[in-house]
Design a protein around this ligand. Structure first.
Ligand code: ATP
Ligand code: MG
Ligand code: MG
Ligand code: MG
Length: 471
């Protein structure tokens, strides 16, 4: 049946409320007291203190729909049919209460009874040694053995450093041959869009020690995560998460602003999907108090905004357009996230400021990058030098990944270690300048333009690290 995304969210939460779960609101995207994480990336991460026993949960059974950001999936966006940097994760959790048997039975009940997804389409995976999970799927649920696939640690064992961890079991949906790839081993676990993983049931039954030992927990936990957009994709029988009702509304707005039609040109389609996805992330990040900056999560935000702005250029959008898109995000998400409505003016203002700022340099930067590329072409070089990439970053506000993406479109690369070296040099200069200005009792140095708050290097989006000035 064709349920809307907002309706599916409600059905899920109500189902688990009927199984005695306490419904809690989504936590903000900014983790609280968790230095190991830049942004909330799963339903369980804000609940960690309940899993470790550090805090007492308000109920032993909880259900949530959690807003998530996974910048690690940024390169998949627009390319696969099932990844966004922003998505909502539905989850039911047991803190030392029910375990595998109930988690599996309720998951199956929701999918096959409530949603009535045909069983023929469903497959499950279990961890290599998890005979117990396999037995439950086979004996209790009645799933034939050939529909249960055993997968290794990478896919079916959840652990994050030390602490609570355990095997998991994932439910997959066969979208049909048309979505498959050419690989002869295309089956559950394949990376293509055919067998789509949509629900991960994690059985947190061990405590991993510093020595790498797995000790069984006295009270094992359950942590499940189902992508709401993927669920809507299945129920609405559409091609990708971008065709799901609420997201489609935003995508159509992008097309209207650009004066283009979706599904007309595969290269333009990628830009349309990138803008659509990134504006969802951006709107929610700003509503949770993140501001564009040169470090940490602020830099993630800046990078998403600037990448969306550049893809707007690719679609031929001349005027400012990003702020107009957040209106649609708010419109379709406001029932579940009323805070968006309250903050609408604020979100619009922040996006506009950042877009104005980047607009001052983007055209010039793109022109310069183009001339670098022409020069490389003439000289038969394939790699942009680190100092040129650094100039684009420092003077024109081009995040390194943006430069890299533009080069990749022409099969060119960038000397990233050279870039990092330039960054390091600048940091040293800034430090020396600070020391000198303190010594001389003056803030005036030739480096006065450099942001004095620079402390460390940006090395990735999933860890708390920092970077240096970008305009
Ligand atoms: P995949 O293998 O498809 O990248 P995953 O194994 O990384 O997914 P989990 O960490 O198990 O995903 O998260 C639980 C669920 O959240 C997934 O089964 C999926 O439905 C959803 N999900 C994960 N990443 C994304 C994403 N980038 N966009 C949309 N939904 C996602
Ligand atoms: Mg993934
Ligand atoms: Mg997976
Ligand atoms: Mg998974």
């Amino acid at each position: 049946k064709n349920y809307g995304l907002n309706e599916l969210r409600k059905m899920y939460l109500e189902f688990f409320e009927s199984k005695a779960h306490l419904k809690m609101n989504s936590f903000p995207l900014v983790p609280k007291n968790d230095k190991s994480l830049l942004l909330i990336n799963a339903g369980m991460t804000p609940l960690k203190p309940y899993f470790t026993g550090q805090e007492v949960p308000p109920s032993k059974r909880v259900t949530t729909c959690q807003k998530c950001i996974r910048t690690g999936d940024i390169d998949n966006v627009g390319k696969t049919q099932r990844h966004g940097t922003f998505f909502e994760m539905l989850g039911n959790f047991s803190f030392g209460d029910y375990f595998k048997k109930e988690a599996i039975a309720w998951g199956w009940e929701f999918v096959t009874k409530v949603l009535q997804i045909p069983e023929e389409r469903l497959y499950v995976s279990v961890y290599l040694d998890d005979d117990e999970a396999e037995r439950i799927w086979h004996e209790d649920i009645g799933l034939p053995k050939e529909k249960i696939v055993r997968l290794g640690k990478e896919d079916n064992f959840w652990e994050h450093g030390t602490g609570p961890c355990g095997p998991c079991s994932e439910i997959h949906y066969d979208r049909g041959e048309a979505y498959g790839c050419d690989s002869p081993d295309c089956q559950v676990g394949c990376d293509c869009d055919r067998y789509m993983e949509f629900w991960n049931l994690v059985f947190t039954q061990f405590e991993k020690t510093e020595d790498g030992e797995y000790l069984p927990l006295d009270f094992p936990n359950i942590d499940t995560g189902m992508g709401l957009e993927r669920l809507a994709l299945m129920m609405q029988e559409v091609d990708s998460i971008f065709d799901v009702d609420t997201i489609q509304a935003l995508l159509q707005k992008v097309c209207a602003l650009a004066g283009v039609t979706y599904n007309d040109d595969s290269v333009k389609d990628i830009s349309i999907r990138v803008i659509t996805d990134h504006m969802r992330s951006v709107t929610f990040m700003i509503s949770d108090g993140i501001l564009p900056s040169n470090e940490g999560r602020g830099y993630v935000l800046r990078r998403l905004l600037r990448r969306a702005a550049r893809h707007g250029k690719l679609l031929g959008i001349e005027d400012k357009f990003l702020a107009k898109l957040c209106e649609t995000v708010i419109e379709v998400s406001k029932d579940a996230y009323p805070e968006l409505v309250e903050k609408k003016d604020y979100i619009t203002k922040i996006i506009t400021l950042e877009e104005d700022r980047f607009n001052e340099t983007i055209d010039q930067g793109l022109g310069i990058l183009k001339s670098y590329m022409e020069e490389m072409d003439k000289e038969g070089k394939r790699e942009l030098t680190g100092d040129r990439a650094f100039k684009l970053y420092d003077t024109y506000g081009f995040p390194i990944d943006l430069t890299k993406e533009i080069l990749e479109e022409k099969n060119l690369t960038v000397d990233e270690s050279g870039f990092n070296h330039e960054m390091e040099k600048q940091r040293t200069r800034a430090r020396e300048a600070r020391a000198e200005s303190n010594y001389m009792g003056s803030a005036e140095t030739i480096y006065h333009k450099i942001d004095p708050s620079i402390t460390s290097a940006f090395v990735g989006y999933d860890h708390l690290t920092y970077t240096s000035p970008i305009r």
